[in-house]
Every structure is written in C-alpha cells, then in structure tokens.
Design a protein around this ligand. Sequence first.
Ligand code: NAP
Length: 897
Amino acid sequence: MPDVMVAARASEASGSKTQQVDVAVVGAGFAGLYLLHRLRKAGFTTVALDEAGDVGGTWYWNRYPGARCDIQTIDYSYTFDPELEGAWKWSEKYATQPEILRYLGFVADRYDLRRDIRFHTKVTAATWDQVAERWQLTTDHGATISCRYYIMATGCLSSPKPPEIDGVKDFKGKVYFTGRWPHEELKFVGKRVAVIGTGSSAIQSIPLIAEQAAHLTVFQRTPNFALPAHNGPAPAERATLLESDRAGYREQARWSLAGVPLPQQTVVSWQLSDAERRERFEQAWAAGDLVFMLTQLWADQGVDVDGNALLAELFREKIRSIVKDPETAAALTPYDHPFGSKRPCLDTNYYATYNRPNVTLVNLRQEPIASITASGIKTDKRSFDIDVIVFATGFDAMTGAIKAVHPITGRGGKSLTDVWADGPQTYLGLTVAGFPNLFLVTGPGSPSVLSNMAVSIEQHVDWVVDRLIAIQAAGFTAIEATETAQTGWARHMADCSTLTLHRLANTWYTGANVPGKPQGVMPYTGGVGPYRSICNEVVGGGMLGFRLTGPNGAEQCNDGEIVRLQPDVRLVLNMLAEMNLPPIESLGAQGARDFVAEFNKSRPAGRPVGEIVDGTLPLTDGSLPYRLYRPAAPGPHPIAVYFHGGGWVLGDEQSDDPLCRDICRRAEMIVVSVGYRHAPEHRFPTAAEDGYAATRWIAEHAAKLGGRPGPVAVAGWSAGANIAAVTCQLARDRGGPEIAGQLLVCPVTDCAFDRPSYGDNAAGYFLTRPLMFWFWDIYCSPADRTDPRVSPLRGQLAGLPPAFVVTCEFDPLRDEGVAYAEALAAAGVPVEQLQARGHFHSSFAMVDVVITGVSGRARMAEALRRFAGLPQKTAQSGESIPQGRQASSPELNAAAK
Ligand code: NAP
C-alpha cells in the first residue's frame, strides 16, 4: 500500500486535523515550484508552504525600485520543459522583478501548482518522528502536517538581517527594507532619503531613488565593484545561439563552472600584454555581463591574487573616470577584497549617480553611524536630517532561512541550530547527518549563490526527486547522510575554497556580515559541472555516503567519502580519462617522449622570471645542456640544481619549465635545470653520474653563472628527485661539492614494489604501476637495482644534507618517499616531510593547473631558502596561504596592493 495511504488511514483513525502528505516543501519560489511540479508528476502527494501571499520567493519580497536579475534572463529560466521555454519570451536582457514575478506566476498557472500551496503559512517547528519515520510540522496557520520527506526550498537570501544600529525604534520617519519591500508604489519625491548599504540591492535602487528624492544620502561601509548592465533587449547573438541548439546550449550551462554556457578561459594574465588585458576588460565592460567579467578575461583572475589585482585595478580606473569628485571616487573604490571574492554588482548609472547634486556619500569607515535618532542619522562627526531610511543591509545568508526560521529537530532530539552551532555541516549541501528525509535545496555546501540559481535549483530538484523515486521503488522509507560522508564533504569544501579567492573577503558568503555568525566559505566553490558529476557519482557508487532504511530491518549503507582527491586533481584526472590516452608504456621510448612534448604544449605558460639562459656544461665524455632561471631581483643568488622527472627515459632540461620558474620566483634562487642523459640510449648509472657531474660543475662555476659561490642545493621531481638524492650521497662520498640541502618531490628511492602505495595507486593516477615497471626495465637491469645510485634508500644515509621530502597520497611512489624521509631522520639527517593529501604524482609539477598545490610549492621554496640561509619570506601574493586557513586582513591588504 502506498506510503500516503497508510498515513492517511492512520490520521483518519486518530481523527486528527493533521494534513498527511508524502512530501512537504517550504518555499514557493523557483525551487519550490519546480519541486511541486516534479513531485506531483512522480506521484507523491505534496504540499508547499510559504509565508508570502503568492508564489515568487525572493522575487515576491524584493520589490524595491530597480530590482532585476543580474544573470542574463535567457539563462535565468527553467529549462525542464522545452514547451514552457517556447511559451515565454523575456522582454529584456535583465528582466525586472515584476516581469520575473509574472513569469513565476505563469509557471504556477501552467502546471496548476497553486492548489497545493498554502500561502500565508509559516512552519513554526519541524520534528522527526523516528517511530513513524515521518516529519511532523506545526504551522502558524491551518492544519499541522505529517510528511515522509521535508524539503527546504527556502532560498539563500530570504532572511533579512535586522538593523544592527541603535535607535531605529526612535526614528519618526518611514523605514523600509529592500528585502521586505511594500507592495504599493512608494513615492520619494520631496523626501530626504537615506540608504544604508552598498550591496546589490542598494546599487540597483540608489540611482532610481536619487531621481525622485529631494536628497539622497548613501551610508557606505564597504565599497563594492559594480559593472554597468547595459540593459536592453536580450542580445541577439545569445538568443540565436540558444535557438539554434536549445538542448546543447542548456547542457553546456549545466556542465559549466557558473551555470552559464561560457567556456573555461585558458589564457593566463602574464601571457597578455597590458594593452591586450585592457582590451579584454573594455569588451567585458561594454558587454555588461557579470558572469563574463567574472570568468572570461584571463584564467587566473579568480584564483590568483596577482591575476585578480590586474583586473581590479582596471575596475578602479573606471570608477575614478566616472565619479567627478575625487574624494567620493576614492571612497567608492574597493581595495579590501579581490574582485569577485565579494559578490560584485550589476548596475545602471550607479557610479554616475554620485555626480548628482542631490546625492551625498557618507563613508562609514571614516565616520561610523553612532545612532539613529527621531529625525535622522548621526555619525560620530555629523547629523543628517532624514525622512525615509532604506535598509539595504542584506541577509542572514545561506543558513538564516533554514536555521533561524523555525526549530528543526532531528533524530535523537537533536536541534539543527545546535548541530550547526559552529557553522553549517551538510553532505552535498543537500542533506544533513542526523536529519533523515530532510533535504535542502541550494543549501550551504551546494554551488547555489556562486552559480546561476536556476541551473543549480533544477539539478538539486531533479537529483532529490529521482532519489525519492528510487528509494521508494527499492522499498526504503528513510535516507540519511552518514557522518563519514558529511565530514568528507566538509574537507572537500575546504579544499575547494583554497582554489578561489572567496576566502580572502569578509562577506555574506563567509557569514562575516552577521555579528557572531561562525565564519567559513558556505557555498561550494568547486563549480556547477564538477558538483553535478559528484552528485552523479554518489548515485553511481550505490548512494555512497547514505544510509537507507526500510520496513523489517531493511538497510543499505555504502559508507565513504565521495571526493578524496583535491578538486583540481580530480578535474585533471577526469580530463585525462576522457582523453582515453594509450598507456605511455605502449608508445616506445621515442613515442612516449613525443607524447610528453605534445602534452606539455597545452599547459599554461610558466610565469616570467628575471632571465632564462640556455647553456651546456662539459662532461668527461661529452656535454649536457642546461637551462638557467635567474630571479628578477639583483643577485648574486644562491643556486639550486634541478633534475626533471620522466622515469630516466623522458623529458629534458626544459620539460619541467613551469616548476623551475615557480621555484626561481618563490625561492628567489637561481635554478639550473640539467638535461641529463636518458635510457634506453644511456642506461644505469648514466643519469646518476650525469647528475653528480653536473652538480659539481655548477657548484664550481657558480660565480661564472652569476650565482653565489658556496654550497648549492639540489632538487628534483620523481626520477629527478632520485638523481638529486643520489647526488647528495655521491657528493658526500667523493669529496664534494658541498650540498646545502635536498628537495625531493615524489622521489624514486627504492627498487621494491611491494609497499602498499604501489597497490593502492596501481592505476588511475597517471603514473601507474606498469609505467613505473617500464621505466625501471628501460633504465636499470634487475642485477643493478639495489645499487644506491638508483635505490638511494639502500645507501648510507648518515652525514647527508638536510632534506625536504614531498610525497603525494595518490602516488605509487608515496611509501618509498616516506620510507626515505624516515630513514634519513633515523640516520640523524634533518628532514621535513610534506605528505600531500589528495594529490597525485604530477600535482606539484602542474603549476597553475593544480592550484591546490600552491601552498605545497610555497613550502618547498621556503625549504630551499632555509638550505641557502636566506631569510624566510612572508606570505606572498595571497598564494602561499596554507590550505584551509583564512587570510588575515593585513596579509590580504599587502597582497591586494
Ligand atoms: P549585501 O550584499 O549583503 O549588502 C548589504 C550592504 O549593507 C553592504 O554594503 C553592507 O556593508 C551594508 N551593511 C550591512 N550591515 C550594515 C550596518 N550595520 N551598517 C552599515 N552598513 C551595513 O545585501 P544585498 O545588497 O541585499 O544583496 C545580497 C545578495 O542578494 C547579493 O549579493 C546578491 O547575491 C543578491 N542580490 C541579487 C540581486 C540581483 O541579482 N539582481 C539584487 C539584489 C541582491 P558591508 O559590505 O561592510 O557588510
């Protein structure tokens, strides 16, 4: 018997006035309406509840003048029904609030949704009944509700912040909140109006209020970046693109980073001249498209403080060029956050409004509001007589509408407010451990506000409803996230937040706008497409991270973490998997070299250094090429001799170019990358002997190379790290040169293949077990393999220079790297280890691709500086901020400037 019928009979029997449904949804906005439609189609009895008097959600409440969407409306629409798409035509590029509200009303009518919505109804409490496996809801109006599933479609920005300023109650004039705007038209003619706040709502409403008011005073705490919308008809080329391939267009949006069909930008800022960057910026400024400006100028703008600063400065120039009064322009110019880390705004005449004689900007950083009085607003310097105050002060975002609206009590009587006391915890942003059958749409932990909401909402709703259908079909009645999965998601969220610059600003994304709220980046910063694929993987993995239970003890729990790789490593590996490449070991040595050379062509160009010089160095039986990277700052600099990776078979002195540049820039040392000879042409011990000979020559010619005479450091990655380690042993045993320290990144240290990492990571992480076998076979006969010149772990380790050993979790070489570090330490060598969680063998060599490797590379550079006796550097350019740590303002200020 269907669930609802059992429940209905129980309710009839008890004679209660409880409304029995399969699913209760809170909210009748974009998410609630689509949920209602999908649930009903799937055969679930459903009720939606909303405090508002009609559908619309955020668009019902936010009726302030100038309210519009700031994602092009063509993209900010439902896509689930092509007929619906055909039946509605948007009149503008960015539709107004009334038009969006009409659209949502049109959708509600088309699918006859209103009959299942209880308007003017607020849920006052929600309690999980473990015995009945149902949620019991009380409301402020009408019957209580009993439902199997409870879905919060409450939006992310629905709970306006109360005014935090003393004296509001004393004010005799009118007070309005942009987030709770009256339905009747307000007239400001002849009025002295104050707007408090300069976020999106204020920036949209200020120009229109200024046109009417006798005088408008804007109270600004933090200036924001705003881009002109250049509103008008929907751009023809976008409409043509959509109409020529509607399905393809929508699909591209679903797999994009922000939910808008724009490609991933690949050109990095340092590949562009000043003029080219300016041209790109001017085009974006003229296009009036926020998502375009946020994602399309250059690849590093959203992930690197330096790349971002170039864009922010172009923005600042614009503000200065529009606003005539220099003091006002300076106050309006943001310096405290990278562009995009705080939600930028889309405006119409915002900055120009400050040129009007009836508009005054009050910079609250210089004169904070002291209080609101009966007649106006007092700062600590002046008083302003005001008739109307508009609070555009924002929302208790992401969690406010879920947590603060009503008590939610889950399994074992646990309250969601208590469980989230230190910040929201979710699995996928959709579910919470301890709260069975509760779903959040665009909850904290989902891409939500960092995406086109329409796209994210459709994905969430489809995923949730499809799961409910599947659960029911399988005979389960409850679904709950596991603690393991939720903890893993928090870790993945933290990893993702090191990718973007959102962590560097105090914003509502991080909870910083609400006094006392726990801090942390709340939306998922990994992107819409990656998020979608993760949700699909959860299903493909047998509902990984969920416990499903049902009648008669039925239970299924496939526990675990859905993402253990760093987010960008996951993207790289997925991309490689999609390329369906032949195994490198099947290509032959020359074929493999050609492949690597070709592959490297598509990587981002390394960053500029002071100078690059190619040369050759002599050997007793020939010569070796080298490439020298010199820092821009005046020398002489200490030298690091670098050996590239490639299994003693592949690569050359140029093949690790981005990493060598990175080391040179960060460590401020000369890096000499040596083109040692390769197998099979030159088998063991040629590479080892070349490494040693090259190091000796470089050390002896340090001054000639423009370096600081004295000990050199050695460094290398993979087989190159093997050569660096061996060089240290040979230098100790053969009377020099003196080596200051060794940086070993994912080193080969031993010829045994039975350590667990060889099994755990045998396939799927680019460097495979068969590939390593192939390298060994080409380079070294089995009889020679225990020689310390190829298995340094088997050599004498006492008396070696200090070491910094890097290992990666998903690398067959992980355990032999750790073993080497431990053996060095046991032999009395000073050793530091970096065991990089979620990284793979190539993570640190993929500079400007694996962004989460930045903090690791910064630590490596610091180690080299220590070896060379250079002073430690402070965090540079926001890049070297360790993973998961919030940057403090001085760091950010230093970086931003
Ligand atoms: P907001 O971005 O949080 O802006 C609130 C403003 O009020 C900020 O300038 C803030 O300053 C200021 N403020 C807050 N408390 C204050 C206080 N006690 N004293 C003085 N100033 C104070 O809020 P919002 O403008 O309503 O926008 C919220 C979000 O809604 C947007 O970021 C956007 O995602 C969305 N939205 C979208 C649209 C659209 O698409 N079209 C329109 C409106 C809103 P601080 O920065 O110093 O905290």
